[in-house]
Design a protein around this ligand. Structure first.
Ligand code: AMP
Length: 445
């Protein structure tokens, strides 16, 4: 199969040739003809599967072949994305695909001045990539009209809900014409997303190119167990031992990101961090420098977990496990993209055992443990498996400890009593059946 047999026009085929895309990926093979035929789409595709081209190519073709010239302050196709980085990335891909077409494309997002965006929109834009908040600001300030809108794309739809954008999305839908084509893309599909899809999509074609909620099988994954306080030391040890050149590291909190970056910089390592407290320009600069190899270690909160395409990224390290198990898939999806191989290492301490268990259940695999001799934890991480059970070790019952801090007490209760009840999580409870059971979560990483 070729892109030509999918019905793409010559200017797009030329762009693809320049980019070196030879064969459509499975999601492209299914999405392109469907979108060209005007169908609504509900697509579950892993990160790195080529989904951006799956919706952008046919969309650009429809814009070039059909419909009126774009009017002032109008937009004909809208791609909504959850983060600013993703907006830049998707727009960059769109720009490359549209190289040989007379179409105007643009990206708007928050964290930067709104005035240049308003100026740019005056002339009208055929295809606009936007984050929901800034799009609404522009609409409310009359910088944007939607009466010419023919297609809406929701990219990373589940992430948008995770980030608490459901109200913004509802306001945006109300402002859009009822008659339109809608394409919904999401790496994972929760009940909330299915509900949203039911409200928004008209007789959608469902595409599922990979088993639901399964991480890319090109990523070699394992964990190293360690005591919480020794994680920074272990990280540095592994970094030196493995001679890591380009690593994306995920930490749970903004403070955690800053602390690790500071430690690494103190050791003379070229490290930088991105999280939601940093201005957009700083975040983008750190990411750009990481992509071209000027920054060796980029530490991030989950704001960086989705959608970012970093060419040939060899390694992702989870310095902390994510609180929401699905985020594990998105984090490790930064490596092993477009068929490349990659590695994902997670540093796991005892009070993360429930998070580990939720990840193993979601990904239907037991993560291999590879311990570092010098870093064997004092607080053992109980065994887990893909059934979601934290496995007790019945053999050596010990006397309960009488004293100890919160974390220690939890662990003590667990190991010492031989009780099969799960350890009380140190953080928010993990959803037990994350595949199908999601409530609305409001969380800004
Ligand atoms: P995405 O999942 O859209 O983020 O795409 C992941 C990566 O795959 C990007 O770097 C794309 O440029 C690349 N890519 C997408 N489609 C193809 C294709 N058909 N052939 C080769 N590379 C592709």
């Amino acid at each position: 199969m070729t892109f030509a047999t999918l019905g793409l026009i010559e200017p797009l085929l030329r762009s693809l040739e320049t980019l070196g895309y030879q064969t459509p990926t499975p999601v492209q093979a299914q999405a392109i003809p469907a979108v060209l035929a005007g169908r609504d789409l509900m697509a579950a595709a892993q990160t790195g599967t080529g989904k951006t081209a799956g919706f952008a190519l046919p969309l650009l073709q429809l814009l070039a072949m059909e419909g009126p010239k774009v009017a002032a302050n109008s937009v004909r196709a809208l791609i909504l994305v959850p983060t600013r980085e993703l907006a830049e990335q998707v727009h960059e891909a769109v720009r490359q695909y549209a190289e040989n077409l007379p179409l105007r494309t643009y990206a708007v997002y928050g964290g930067v001045s709104i005035n240049p965006q308003m100026m740019k929109l005056r002339g009208g834009v055929d295809l606009l990539v936007a984050t929901p908040g800034r799009l609404l600001d522009l609409f409310r300030q009359n910088a944007l009209k939607f009466n010419q809108l023919q297609t809406l794309v929701l990219d990373e739809a589940d992430r948008m809900l995770d980030l608490g954008f459901s109200e913004e999305l509802a306001s945006i839908y109300r402002a859009l014409p009822k008659k339109r084509q809608t394409l919904l893309f999401s790496a994972t599909f929760s009940d909330d997303i299915r509900l949203l899809a039911g409200q928004m999509l008209n007789d959608p074609l469902s595409i599922e190119v990979s088993p639901r909620n399964v991480a890319a099988n090109t990523v070699k994954q394992w964990i190293v167990t360690v005591d919480k306080k020794r994680k920074p030391e272990l990280f540095v040890h592994l970094m030196r031992k493995g001679k890591w050149k380009q690593v994306l590291v995920f930490a749970k909190t903004r403070n955690g990101v800053d602390a690790l970056v500071e430690k690494l910089q103190g050791l003379g390592v070229n490290a930088d961090g991105i999280h939601g407290d940093k201005p957009q320009a700083t975040r983008q600069r750190a990411l750009d420098r990481f992509k071209i190899g000027e920054v060796q270690i980029l530490v991030a909160t989950d704001v960086a977990a989705r959608g970012l395409d970093i060419e040939d990224l060899p390694l992702v390290v989870n310095f902390d496990l994510p609180i929401v198990a699905e985020d594990y898939i998105h984090r490790i999806g930064r490596t092993g993209r477009a068929g490349a191989t990659g590695e994902a290492i997670s540093l796991v301490c005892a009070d993360e055992v429930n998070l580990l268990s939720a990840i193993e259940m979601l990904t239907r695999q037991t993560l291999k443990r590879q311990n570092e001799p010098e870093f064997e934890p004092e607080h053992r991480v109980p065994d887990t498996d893909a059934s979601g059970q934290v496995i007790k070790k019945p053999k050596k019952p010990k006397k309960p400890k009488v004293s100890g801090g919160g974390g220690k007490r939890n662990l003590g209760k667990w190991v010492d009593s031989g009780d099969a009840a799960p350890v009380e999580p140190a953080v928010k409870p993990v959803r037990k059946v994350p595949v199908f059971n999601t409530g609305p979560r409001k969380r800004k990483p």
